[in-house]
Ligand binder design. Structure first.
Ligand code: PGA
Length: 251
């Protein structure tokens, strides 16, 4: 399986010109990668133009959110089919920055299945707010996975990716240590195989996100044994992101 690096641009940058510069330099470098797939998730407003400039599919263009209905009176929302029709291939669902503004597990599971129905990969984000010494966070993660995937159909698991992002490690100084990441990725695999069956989930990629940069990316993948990374800040900083891609591709 190729490694997957997803750039979550969040609400950056503020001008199209700057966005295009970032896109061009990352795309140019991505053409040299052999073992890594790159997905850029810019704000919606830039994505259509990037898709037109990506006819060679050197990278994939994703989105940071989607609405949980197909069409209708939903002011300001964008549906899975609309994203599919313009060529979006991946969508981040349930990022903690959206969950903290009211998005529920129920919304997330609905969005995830609609994305799969539209042939789009979902990147479902999960993660605990804090850690304790009794392992309660493990129960929290288990419940969050079960509820966020409650509407997901076994047959559509080929479109599912899970991004483990402990909230305390997002936008922080340091990422979670690779040993802890390994433990969590095993735990997540166990929870989804109990839900859907071991064989059904063996190809579901598990990603890590939270303060990933070019210095820690290699260790997170090799020692943490995850299939890829969800990168925030470093994904809109081309020099750092290119170093990160180099490190990942050289593994
Ligand atoms: P960060 O963000 O890499 O800036 O910590 C990660 C994320 O929120 O997906």
């Amino acid at each position: 399986m190729k490694k997957i690096v997803i750039g979550n641009w969040k609400m950056n940058p503020v001008s199209y010109d700057e966005a295009l510069k970032i896109f061009n330099s990352i795309k140019r470098f991505s053409a040299k990668l052999n073992k890594t797939d790159v997905v850029m998730c810019p704000p919606f407003i830039y994505s259509h133009s990037f898709i037109k400039k990506n006819k060679d599919n050197i990278v994939s263009i994703g989105a940071q959110n989607v609405y949980s209905e197909e069409q209708g009176a939903f002011t300001g929302e964008i549906s899975p089919r609309m994203l599919q029709n313009i060529g979006i291939s991946h969508v981040i669902v349930g990022h903690s920055e959206r969950r903290s503004r009211g998005e529920t597990d129920e919304d997330i599971s609905k969005k995830t299945q609609l994305l799969h129905d539209a042939g789009i990969y979902s990147i479902v984000c999960i993660g605990e707010r804090e850690r304790d010494t009794n392992g309660n966070y493990l129960n929290f993660i288990k419940e969050q996975i079960k509820n966020s995937l409650s509407k997901v159909n076994k047959k559509s698991l080929g479109k599912l990716m899970i991004a483990y992002e402990p909230i305390w490690a997002i936008g922080a100084k340091e990422a979670m240590g690779p040993r802890d990441i390994l433990e969590m990725s095993l735990f997540i695999k166990k929870v989804i195989s109990d839900m859907f069956g071991q064989n059904e989930v063996k190809d579901v990629p598990i990603l890590y996100g939270g303060s990933v940069n070019f210095r820690n990316a290699g260790d997170i993948i090799s020692q943490g044994q995850v299939n890829g990374l969800l990168v925030g800040r470093e994904s809109v900083n081309p020099p750092g992101f290119i170093e990160l891609l180099k490190a990942v591709d050289s593994l």
